[in-house]
Design a protein around this ligand. Structure first.
Ligand SMILES: [Zn+2]
Length: 190
């Protein structure tokens, strides 16, 4: 396995309030994805990894946001990994039923470095109490299909599930740490 020396990280949508701004419920996807992105970058840099923020704030549509994100990612020379931060929705549990929706990470193929880091993110998140929904293969996502370096898309947790919301609010910095740790631990275990 290859050591990850340079990554890009971005929040998957336009800013809150703009067109194509992502899911908004108990949690606002755009706002929280930007928070997690910034913290992951900070933590990686602190640990000697080059990390570039490729978030786009001026997309004119969802497809324009995605095009611009990929252009930014691909303009970063020698990137070893691209990470997209999203939040999931569709649980429709605003009261809380003590079942946490949890985390999943999407990849075009569950192989090599990206598969390993994707799995590590799910494992680290499960230590914080987020259900491990696992690494999922998806070949239909623009971002995964249009980035040159290996790419992963993390669905951190659900915006419309009180149980996810409570865990998230408890310490979102731990979540950024879990994602950063996945990369750092990958590098330790060659
Ligand atoms: Zn999203």
């Amino acid at each position: 396995m290859k050591k990850i020396r340079k990554v890009t990280v971005h929040a998957g949508h336009n800013p809150s309030g703009k067109i194509a701004c992502g899911a908004s419920d108990l949690l606002d996807e755009s706002t929280q994805a930007r928070y997690i992105t910034k913290k992951v970058i900070k933590l990686l840099k602190k640990n000697g990894i080059k990390a570039v923020n490729c978030t786009v704030n001026n997309g004119t549509s969802q497809s324009d946001v995605l095009r611009k994100i990929c252009a930014k990612c691909n303009a970063v020379a020698d990137a070893d990994l691209h990470i997209s931060i999203h939040f999931n929705s569709g649980r429709d549990d605003r009261k809380g039923d003590n079942k946490v929706g949890g985390t999943e990470v999407l990849v075009t193929e569950n192989v090599s470095d990206k598969g390993d880091i994707a799995k590590r993110i799910c494992n680290q998140m499960s230590k914080l109490g987020f259900t491990n929904r696992g690494v999922k293969t998806n070949r239909n996502l623009y971002f995964l299909n249009h980035t040159k370096a290996p790419a992963i898309l993390a669905e951190v947790c659900f915006v419309d599930d009180k149980d996810d919301y409570m865990l998230y609010k408890a310490d979102r910095l731990d979540i950024a740490q879990a994602i950063a740790k996945a990369v750092l631990n990958h590098n330790k275990c060659e």
